[in-house]
Design a protein around this ligand. Structure first.
Ligand code: FMN
Length: 220
């Protein structure tokens, strides 16, 4: 009985600590994710982050990011994806190469390569839906990262052949696993203002209404 009481006491203290802790106003993660900001605030305040502190990302946070990615909608619910989690310093550095963004990669502590799995994709012309499926997963991960107090930026691979080949080679991807992008992440070391992208001229109601003049040259 005493042992039961002691265990119950520690459980109550642990729950109180977890729910009361809002360390330096940073978002902390827990199993239910109930400290996530609400959807509107998360969506409207997300912005690309390209400078990171050296704080590592905990394993349960990584799992929450992956769960967010896999919660995305996919055509015919095929879930034609594979996620490569990269937390190895040398691999992160080499993915950044010597280009203009190498510093960003050197500062990052985590990256997730979001890849299409052609063995799981639809057949025929519908195969191309993998790009939209994996893009939906990518945006979910970006939003979850932001809600959890992480910074992140989408770096594109597909359809740039050279970038795809480099990433595939560095991550040892088989032919059927195609990298869409690599999300570079870490705890933010910068606080850029989110961009205001609201442009009413990009919207028509019921039918295209010419607020924005089309060039009428065939592009697609
Ligand atoms: C398909 C795609 C590829 C991108 N590639 C890169 C990239 O290689 N490097 C980078 O710093 N940002 C990249 N970005 C991020 C964009 O630059 C960024 O989302 C855009 O400037 C809007 O800024 P915001 O994310 O802060 O709203 C990419 C975004 C998308 C959707």
């Amino acid at each position: 009985m005493n042992r039961f009481k002691t265990t119950a006491f520690f459980l109550v203290v642990a729950v109180a600590l977890v729910s009361g802790c809002n360390c330096n106003n940073e978002q902390t993660n827990n199993a239910s994710g109930n400290l996530m900001k609400d959807a509107e605030e998360t969506i409207m305040t997300r912005t690309s982050i390209r400078s990171f502190t050296d704080r590592a990302v905990a394993a349960d946070t990584v799992e929450m990011l992956l769960r967010a990615g896999m919660a995305a909608p996919t055509a015919v619910n095929k879930q034609p994806w594979h996620f490569v989690v990269i937390d190895d310093r040398a691999t992160l550095d080499s993915l950044g190469g010597n280009g203009r963004q190498s510093q960003m990669w050197k500062e990052s502590t985590l990256a997730i390569a979001v890849c299409g799995n052609m063995d799981k994709a639809l057949e025929g012309p519908a195969q191309a839906f993998w790009v939209q499926d994996c893009s939906a997963a990518t945006e979910n991960i970006l939003l979850a990262a932001h809600a959890l107090g992480l910074g992140a930026v989408w770096t594109g691979c597909y359809p740039m052949e050279e970038r795809m080949a480099n990433v595939s080679q560095m991550l040892g991807l088989p032919e059927t696993i195609v990298p869409l992008c690599v999300i570079v992440m870490g705890y933010p070391n910068e606080q850029p203002e989110p961009k205001d992208k609201w442009k009413p001229e990009n919207v028509s109601h019921n039918a295209f209404d010419n607020k924005w003049q089309p060039t009428n040259t065939k592009r697609f």
